[in-house]
Design a protein around this ligand. Structure first.
Ligand SMILES: *Cc1c(COP(=O)(O)O)cnc(C)c1O
Length: 390
């Protein structure tokens, strides 16, 4: 399988993240540590922007809210999509202008809406009548885009079902928004996280475009299309390079959405995953019986301390050990906590060096997204994932 070659980075992601790997090899850590390289974030922003063209990038802060990442993106000219007051305050405190922040969570606390409005934020998401009522009370006159439910998806980490409304709800919600004094300016959707190829967007874009055309035919002068996230990161399966991928998505958008003079994209994973590696350690290697085919490898990091996306073995991380030149065999990989759900990969075991033993360094590649924020605070007494920026 080919790793992608990122023309903006002038090489493959292994080379791009070389600085992180070198840093980890030269350091000692007393707990699992996510090491981030903001240069990779800046490069990735430029690569995505080159393909997205006229679309504004609103980085999905939840993927990784490290201050150094947000500052890097502010310097690049990025906008932001925030899900809560905490994320909005963080962006503002680092100098992001309120007019560059969208409040994209469809489930917002009323006091958070009031806070955002007072801070100058004017673009909000909604997918339900009650949310529109909250917005009209606490953000009078604000622009609102309606999030559409996306049915089938080819994403590795689907986000369907929980967010968005059915297509037939769009016009009634926009009508209600108008009655409430809000400005229904457009629509949003999320194709599903880790959608590996641009062509996988086709069905979703057709679905959203039909609802868009219906709303415009009903008299709503929509001009804002928010295409959400879904931009992939390299986890071992082939993906398209970011510029090409983004350009192909935009080409499909241009062919489908009349009047969409404002386009927003909200990459999270695709912006930051490849900018981080976790320095972890092997705690124990064991077999359950003398004739056990699989070894059990226990790490000092697990589902509750940063690797939540191994749930259902959906995201399959890649590893680096100091013994990668040795012969390998199948292993079940598990975390350190006393919860039996804390098994990372079992259905599809991972191949690891036969000589692997307790105390070995264990590097987890491309995990700058959805790790530090998913880390519990001291479940079982294990400290949360530490973060270091180089
Ligand atoms: C999580 C999220 C994103 C980012 O998704 P990725 O797949 O990480 O790019 C974008 N938009 C919204 C509304 C989200 O909730």
């Amino acid at each position: 399988m080919n790793a992608y070659v990122n023309p903006q980075l002038g090489g493959d992601p292994v080379r791009a993240s070389h600085r992180i790997e070198t840093f980890i090899r030269q350091s000692t850590f007393d707990r699992p540590t996510l090491v981030l390289d903001t240069q990779i974030v800046a490069d990735q922003y430029r690569a995505l922007k080159a393909g997205l063209g006229r679309a504004d990038i609103h980085y999905a802060v939840k993927a990784n809210p490290a201050r150094a990442i947000l500052s890097t993106l502010i310097a690049q000219g990025s906008h932001f999509d925030a899900a809560s007051r905490g994320e909005i305050e963080l962006c503002l405190s680092l100098g992001a202008r309120p007019e560059t922040i969208s409040f994209g969570n469809t489930v917002k606390r009323a006091s958070d809406i009031a806070f955002a409005y007072a801070a100058g934020i004017r673009i909000f998401a909604a997918d339900a009548t009650e949310e529109l009522e909250k917005l009209s009370e606490h953000a009078p006159g604000a622009q609102v885009y309606i999030r559409l439910l996306v049915g089938s998806t080819e994403a590795d980490w689907p986000l369907s079902r929980k967010f968005g409304c059915a297509p037939e709800m769009v016009v009634p919600l926009m009508t209600r928004a108008t009655e409430l004094g809000l400005k229904p300016v457009g629509m949003s959707f999320h194709v599903g996280s880790q959608t590996r190829r641009a062509e996988m967007w086709t069905g979703t874009l057709d679905h959203v475009a039909a609802a868009w055309a219906t709303a415009r035919a009903a008299g709503f002068d929509l001009d804002l299309l928010n295409i959400g996230g879904g931009f992939p990161a390299f986890y071992g399966e082939e993906i398209e390079a970011p510029t090409l991928y983004a350009a192909r998505v935009m080409e499909m958008v241009e062919a489908r959405f009349d009047g969409a003079t404002r386009v927003m994209a909200e990459p999270g994973r695709g912006m930051v995953a490849e900018a981080g590696m976790i320095a972890a350690e092997v705690m124990l290697v064991s077999r359950k019986s003398d004739d056990d085919i699989c070894r059990w490898v226990y790490l000092d990091i697990g589902k509750f301390s940063g690797l939540a996306e191994t749930m259902d073995e959906a995201i399959r991380y890649q590893f680096i050990t100091d013994r990668d030149h040795e012969e390998t065999g199948p292993c079940i990989l598990a975390g350190p906590s006393c919860d039996s759900a804390d098994v990372l990969y079992e259905k599809r075991p991972v191949q690891l060096p036969l000589g692997l033993r307790a105390g070995d360094r264990f590097i987890i590649r491309n995990c700058g997204a959805y790790t530090s924020t998913y880390s519990s605070v001291c479940f079982n007494g294990f400290p949360p994932l530490d973060v270091v920026v180089i």
